[in-house]
Design a protein around this ligand. Sequence first.
Ligand SMILES: Nc1ncnc2c1ncn2[C@@H]1O[C@H](COP(=O)(O)OP(=O)(O)OP(=O)(O)O)[C@@H](O)[C@H]1O
Length: 241
Amino acid sequence: METTTAPTETVGESKTLVRGNALEKTYGSRLPLGRSTPVLTGADIEVRAGEIVGIVGENGSGKSTLMKILVGVLDHDVGTVERTGTIGWCPQEPLLYDRLTVSETFRLFGAGYGMSREEIDAAKRRLADELDFERYLDYRVDQLSGGNRQKVNLSIALMHDPDVLMLDEPYTGFDWETYLRFWDMAQDLADDGTAVVMISHLIEERSRLDRVFEVRDGLVHDVTDEETVSELRSDREGDDE
Ligand SMILES: Nc1ncnc2c1ncn2[C@@H]1O[C@H](COP(=O)(O)OP(=O)(O)OP(=O)(O)O)[C@@H](O)[C@H]1O
């Protein structure tokens, strides 16, 4: 396993910010009696500044595993990961502390990011306004609804203006207005040069994504030029007959 933070090269106009090469991951591979699950068997992916990248694939195909490896919260067995700049990660299940209020949550994570008190307060005000949760700032996390908890989860990934945003189904539980606002934010960030990587199950989102990768059979396939992933899947099923 190898990970570097060395700057990677520029591809065309856009700089590559994250690259995973020949990534392999088997869960339970180090347990003598455990059932091992090979998930990635040689996956390659690169993410460039200013693009919105979708990661799609069937349930259990390895999307979250790939994202965790790219973020750096999960070790891979084989391959390399190169990262440039800061990363914000919004995990599928909110990783928040139930007993902290929303404001305390911002302070805790902001301190972890090395932000000043003023920067934390400014980020909190901006995100609470954009995602519409100002009235819950003094609520404890365990008193929030699922949708509001997810808004805080997303905000923690965004608050330090990272160069790369890794989002694992970030809008679960969002109402329609918030969902649309989320997409406006993602587009604005990409326009400003942030790389946005998003695990998505929604075919309707296809038009919002600059590139689409499908995790399938342990590999990452660039399906950007396919009309929809469902079309791709029905083609494959046709091939199998
Ligand atoms: N901590 C773990 N220990 C053992 N196996 C795991 C672990 N995490 C995930 N797996 C297995 O790895 C495979 C891929 O899981 P992963 O969560 O990456 O899939 P996914 O594509 O994100 O799925 P979904 O669309 O359902 O969120 C699954 O078979 C899963 O059961």
